[in-house]
Design a protein. Sequence first.
Length: 139
Amino acid sequence: MEVSAVTAPGGALLASVRGLLGSSDDALLCVAFAQARGVHLIARELESSARRGRARVLVTTTLGATSEAAMTALRDGGASIRVLNPGGSTYHPKVYLGRRDGRTTAIIGSANLTSGLVANVEAATVLHGRDDEPPLSEL
């Protein structure tokens, strides 16, 4: 398994998310917050992934940071959206997952699907390997 780190600002984190979506035929984005600006940053690659297979987004609305404009942009890009608002806890992951041809790439870090992908100080670990290889097989 290949492991690397990416950060923002500077473009490396956004480039990694775009690369994941651009090469996946099964994409899953698990983020607490989605904003239209963040969706627009990855719109072309998200649409590409959805055309090749599927693109799914799991997001929360309980903290008020996910915008209706983001939800519309995600749907317009071909993504299916599931809203998770668990009682008694907060849904707060930042996981970008892509699969294709028996390989998985996971970007796990601090960045929501917002302009923070390019504007905030963010960090993430990138895992790339076979679908059946732990911990990728557990995602």
